[in-house]
Each structure stands twice: as structure tokens, then as C-alpha cells.
Design a protein around this ligand. Structure first.
Ligand SMILES: [Zn+2]
Length: 102
């Protein structure tokens, strides 16, 4: 079991976006491997931007308590995105399976 894990890890140790394998340039971001060049292309928000969004959501929530906080909205988007990803993946896997049988 231990050796199998090591092999899987080694195979996946390249940037998910461009395939870069130079270890010094690779980062672990939430269990995804991303190279330094691709990190800059992700459009990550600065803390100041996140604070602005947080304040904007809070202003809306102050006027209507049923509105989501920014944190709740982000969590909601992550769940919705994963459901969408899984649905699309199942659809493609089904097509691929059917192609083998037609
Ligand atoms: Zn990359």
C-alpha cells in the first residue's frame, strides 16, 4: 500500500496546468500541484480585494439578513462547482463508455 501511494504521487507531481516537473518551481495549493508561472495566471485575489468583497456582502446582509455572507457565498459556489464538475464528468465518461460499445 505504501509503495503504491508513492508511485501515484510521483506520477502526479507535475503542474496540473502546463505539466512542469521542475521540483523547485512547484507548489502544493489545496492538494493541486501548480508551478510558479501558472500560479500568476490563476488570478488569485489580494487580501485587500477579498476585504472589499467581504464588506460589500456585509452591507447587503445588513439590509437583508437573509443574504449570504461572503464566506457562505464562497462555500456555496465551491459546492455548486463540484456538483457541476461531477455531472459533466459523468456525462463524458458515459459517452466514452458508449463509444467503446457502439
Ligand atoms: Zn504550470
Amino acid at each position: 500500500m505504501k509503495s503504491k501511494r508513492a508511485i501515484v504521487h510521483k506520477q502526479n507531481y507535475s503542474c496540473f496546468r502546463c505539466g512542469e516537473t521542475e521540483k523547485a518551481s512547484l507548489n502544493d495549493m489545496y492538494n493541486y500541484v501548480v508551478c510558479n508561472a501558472c500560479v500568476t495566471k490563476l488570478g488569485l485575489y489580494h487580501d485587500e480585494t477579498i476585504k472589499k468583497h467581504m464588506a460589500s456582502f456585509q452591507r447587503a446582509k445588513d439590509m437583508n439578513p437573509e443574504k449570504l455572507s461572503y464566506e457562505e457565498e464562497v462555500n456555496h459556489r465551491l459546492i455548486a462547482m463540484e456538483k457541476d464538475y461531477i455531472s459533466k464528468r459523468i456525462k463524458l465518461l458515459h459517452i466514452r463508455e458508449r463509444l467503446k460499445n457502439l
